[in-house]
Design a protein around this ligand. Sequence first.
Ligand code: ADP
Ligand code: MG
Length: 256
Amino acid sequence: MDHTGATRPDAHLGDPLVVLDGVNKHFGELHVLQDIDLTVRQGEVLVVIGPSGSGKSTLCRAINRLETIDTGTIRVDGQEMPAEGRDLARLRADVGMVFQSFNLFAHKTVLDNVTLGPRKVRKVSKAEAEAEALKLLDRVGVKNQAAKLPAQLSGGQQQRVAIARSLAMHPKVMLFDEPTSALDPEMINEVLDVMVGLARDGMTMIVVTHEMGFARKAADRVVFMADGQVVEQATPEEFFTNPRSDRAKDFLSKIL
Ligand code: ADP
Ligand code: MG
């Protein structure tokens, strides 16, 4: 609240943290990312929605350098990610990523899954890594599963472990690419609740999801992508009540 009593909706947001400038990418003939300009500010929760094949996953993967780009720049906290080398691993740790498939190491315990990155990349001691891992597992509600193997957990529990594993690297931003799409319906909310908690704690997040309830509850801004382009961006309220483009109207009429 300022002294006029008005609430600025973006008052909690900080400086630009993830900045995409004129990003283009092709897969052969397919122009999968077309002149993408996008700025995500510190503490912002950006929800990316759009039809299948519109380039949402490619966008996430490009931010984390799992895909190269043809032209343009992507900066995280002012630094462009190198294509390879030692700096890449360090900078990639700034960008946590949670995928649709949980990607846990199947033959390692839950605790080892969470401690591995900090020990290898951040050179944290075993004891320190384990102490922090247990706190993170507690935060996502699976501390009592620490000694188990991933396959002994439900999908929702595994995805929460994947979130804890990302957080253990102390990322500056978290990317979520359809994190609940592979889950049975009754497990979706336990994962979304963890994500809402992260958002409330001020984590900067880019979330690709079809969960419009999450977008309404947690998003500062919704970006609608179609055919490799950012077609519109708006607050969730604006976007859901008054989408401007025909593409967005058509998309919303199919999912809502
Ligand atoms: P979304 O996540 O929005 O569904 P994607 O980013 O996964 O979209 O894909 C965008 C387009 O790029 C799709 O047409 C897809 O088939 C294509 N694509 C994705 N990855 C590759 C790849 N490695 N090689 C060739 N085409 C790809
Ligand atoms: Mg995708």
